[in-house]
Design a protein around this ligand. Structure first.
Ligand code: GRF
Length: 219
């Protein structure tokens, strides 16, 4: 089987991108990142891509009159690369329905909450404000509604009495770096498939997300 090809979209630090670069380097993932696209010229993730010799495209959304034309510009970079999967890794733009439909079932995101809880921003602060005992992160395929779509895997992270949003975020991030490569590996090995919009793992409907807990996968 030939190497899977990936395109990664970022806006910021790119630590999840780094986790993928590392997983490829360690041969955990049989894949190649064909390009990194950033909508921000100053994103630190660009440095990470440079270090790994990955092609970088800065597509600045402020240079486009509307969401649709920005998304179209990304499609023009992505499609010639024929990626098996388009990966959102801290990409902070809402995508148009046109873009989402174009990459249906091969567009994946990681979100720092136990979805469907806390869609959108400030998830860590919300978990603290609501006195949640358990917080976490979710990897999901992207559907039209923000931070929705079939969830592949979630990780749980305890909220400590001493936590603020930053300390909690940094512990969640450590777990994100573990679950994102796991989900991507399942996708590129064709273990994750769709029957219409029903997500399947190994040909069986995935009726609840896989849980990553204490360094184990719970199905
Ligand atoms: C992560 O918390 C991710 O879940 C969210 O944005 C953050 C990106 O971090 N979507 P990084 O850029 O990968 O370091």
């Amino acid at each position: 089987m030939s190497k899977a090809s990936l395109v990664v979209l970022i806006s910021g630090g790119g630590s999840n991108l780094q986790a993928l670069i590392d997983a490829i380097e360690n041969k955990e993932l049989d894949a190649e990142i064909k390009a990194v696209i950033s909508n921000k010229a100053a994103a630190y993730g660009i440095e990470r891509a440079k270090q790994a010799n990955i092609d970088i495209h800065v597509i600045d959304h402020t240079q486009y009159p509307d969401r649709q034309s920005f998304d179209q510009a990304m499609i023009e970079v992505i499609d010639p690369l024929q990626p098996d999967l388009v990966i959102l890794a801290g990409f902070m733009r809402i995508l148009s329905d046109m873009f989402i439909d174009h990459y249906r079932h091969r567009l994946i995101n990681i979100h720092p909450s136990l979805l469907p809880k806390y869609k959108g921003l400030n998830t860590h602060q919300l978990a603290i404000d609501n006195r949640d005992k358990i917080h976490g992160a979710s990897v999901h395929y992207v559907s039209r509604e923000l931070d929705s779509g079939p969830i592949v895997i979630q990780t749980e992270v305890p909220v400590l009495a001493s936590d603020n949003a930053e300390t909690l975020a940094s512990r969640v991030l450590i777990e994100e770096h573990k679950i994102y490569p796991i989900a991507i590996k399942m996708h590129i090995e064709d273990r994750l498939t769709f029957d219409n919009d029903q997500l399947k793992l190994d040909n069986k409907a995935l009726t609840r997300p896989i849980l990553w807990k204490n360094n184990n996968l719970i199905y």
